[in-house]
Design a protein around this ligand. Structure first.
Ligand code: MN
Length: 211
């Protein structure tokens, strides 16, 4: 995994059209090759003159960003490292035909929310509640504990000491070409391409795993 400066845009782990008909090929091209690429370019630019920051991993940069405010790069690093982190997590959480939820995470979801369907309702409500641009996340910080949160813009759960398990990008660029303004339709389609295997790994490891 490309965790340190100089950051590169690692390829998607599937073809651009692999998520059709739920998420369209053109959206995936633009989302990965332009939106994510821009965050990568801007993060590299923010770090290029500062060798001490180049030694920090992507996660370390996110955690250090508030301390960098006096240097004048704190906001730029937070926004762009967040953009890289969140998009890598989002893309790695998708799979061409989706996968079945099983194992420890299935048990924890049943235990916390009553059933997978009830969890989906709660998660969808959260994703719909994001005003403007942001994400909905399923997170954890200890075994058996799950928490649904939303973040604005490119903020990340790891700065709240929460480990991401699952996320949906609800910036309009993630769905506008296919679903227009209908975020609910995009969320319904997104369930069909969720990579539950990755989510289970993230839940079990309690660390980010966009490898
Ligand atoms: Mn996005």
């Amino acid at each position: 995994m490309n965790d340190f400066y100089k950051f590169i845009n690692t390829p998607l782990p599937y073809l651009y059209d692999a998520l059709e008909p739920y998420i369209d090929e053109k959206t995936m091209h633009l989302h990965h090759d332009r939106h994510l690429q821009t965050y990568i370019d801007n993060l590299n630019k923010a770090l290029e003159g500062t060798p001490t920051l180049q030694k920090l991993s992507l996660e370390q940069l996110l955690l250090a960003a508030p301390c960098l405010l006096p240097l004048g790069v704190g906001t730029t690093v937070a926004n762009n490292a967040g953009g890289v982190y969140n998009h890598r997590f989002y893309f790695s959480g998708l799979a061409p035909t989706g996968t079945r939820l099983s194992g420890s995470l299935a048990y924890a979801i049943d235990d916390t929310y009553g059933s997978l369907d009830k969890f989906k309702d709660r998660f969808k409500t959260a994703a719909l509640s994001v005003f403007g641009s942001g994400y909905a996340w399923l997170t954890t910080n200890k075994p058996g504990e799950l928490k649904i949160i939303t973040t604005a813009n490119q903020n990340t759960p790891i700065t709240q000491e929460l480990c991401p398990v699952l996320c949906i990008d609800v910036w309009e660029h993630a769905y506008y070409l296919k679903h227009y303004n209908l975020r609910a339709d995009y969320i319904n389609d997104w369930w069909s391409v969720v990579n539950w295997e990755t989510a289970v790994q993230c839940y079990d490891n309690r660390r980010s795993c966009f490898k």
